[in-house]
Design a binder for this molecule. Sequence first.
Ligand SMILES: Cc1cc2nc3c(=O)[nH]c(=O)nc-3n(C[C@H](O)[C@H](O)[C@H](O)COP(=O)(O)OP(=O)(O)OC[C@H]3O[C@@H](n4cnc5c(N)ncnc54)[C@H](O)[C@@H]3O)c2cc1C
Length: 446
Amino acid sequence: MSPLHVIVIGAGTGGMCLAHGLRRAGISVAVYERDRTRADGVHGYRVGIDPTGNQALRECLPPELFDTYTATCARTPAHFNVLTERRRTVASFRLPESTDPVHSERSVSRMTLRQVLLTGMDDVVRFGKTFTHYEHGADGTVTAFFDDGTSATGDLLVAADGTGSRVRRQYLPHAKVRDTGVIAVSAKVAVTPETRALLPEEVFNGISATFAPKGQFCIWHVMEFKWDRDGEVKHGVGGNDAELIARWPGLLYDNTRDYINWGFSASARRFPPGVMDLRGEDLKRVVLDMTPNWHPDLRALFRAADPGSCFPIAIRTSEPVDPWDTTNVTLLGDAVHTMTPGRGVGANTALRDAMLLTRRLITVRDGAPLLDAVASYEAEMIPYGFARVADSLAQNGTNGDDLLHRPVVGRAVLAANRTFFRAVGRVPALRRRFVDALVAYRAADA
Ligand SMILES: Cc1cc2nc3c(=O)[nH]c(=O)nc-3n(C[C@H](O)[C@H](O)[C@H](O)COP(=O)(O)OP(=O)(O)OC[C@H]3O[C@@H](n4cnc5c(N)ncnc54)[C@H](O)[C@@H]3O)c2cc1C
């Protein structure tokens, strides 16, 4: 028997974590990515990695690269704030502090995480390879074809090609991904003394959610890294982290610098037609036109966004799919269970899939039948993946059908939401319970 060879389509969060895990386990793996270079693609926003994601990264990445990952995260938010559009604080919750490498929350820039995951993988990742379709071979292999006329053959094909997965469309044509009817606009604002002054201290040091009339919502993250505008390690950064960052080649490809990330969303019906085709200044103008009553400092941050970082996202969600017969094609991450950003667990679930599939494929390396291992992965992944899809969709506001988006009743729901947060914020026992539940959800699978 020839040794197992795994073909992964997509060098995103899940695909690269899997590739590291397999390589560490001595399993042959090749990743095919449509982007032409490691700096291509839209990688502009903050991703919150929870204990599940940290655990997967620690298990799959080489130890020094895991340390580089933790060193390249932004500082961890100290508060979760609920704000009105007039920038009044409805409630503010102190988040637990932890320096534990796994049992902690981490803020990472998507571009930085990508650069970490691509580090040391030049011999594994092939760029400029857009997957078109696959075919099963008579000898039990599977061959992936690319739009440049080339192909690659292996024992297992893993779809890690995200929400629009072409592998899924061929393999599970009945599996549907639908628009939730909500559009988000995300952008970054460089942290300067002027932009910093636009946010109160607690907001600057935390994660903040603005719930506003008409179902409008905005999330605010402040990302401060251990390196400065010139990419030099900041003064005061400790020895080990300073050394890891200084010798990390990924920073050469990563233009991430301290930023404020805002993500504004509303029902698609509230946006002007054609918004999905807009970018940059035109898109900022749309957000400004939709928020005339918002606090001037928040609007100043909409205005100050780097136009190159501003893009629209149609929020999508997978529909539950019944288990299918296992073959030597499988899926992970958004390719199988796209979820709304409601709970901030899409990347974490993709990482969990990668860890689980790595574990199952290690049994194949050690002699177990491939299809048994894939079946065992799918039997576990499908239920937890779709449970996360449902939880994320149920979160206030990420589903266009939510009452919050209705004209009259939406006002009442917003008022109830504020009353709830005010009450929880004022009663110490309720505050504790709220924070404990938040932490427990995100640590549940670690
Ligand atoms: C605004 C926003 C905020 C988010 N915040 C969070 C958060 O805080 N926490 C969290 O856990 N999740 C978050 N998510 C979700 C998270 O980003 C995704 O769930 C995660 O990136 C999915 O990883 P993946 O590996 O499945 O897909 P991706 O990371 O999307 O990777 C897919 C890869 O496949 C490649 N590809 C696609 N098609 C082809 C093809 N035909 N051929 C070859 N390559 C192809 C793509 O170029 C890409 O590199 C957020 C999402 C958004 C939009």
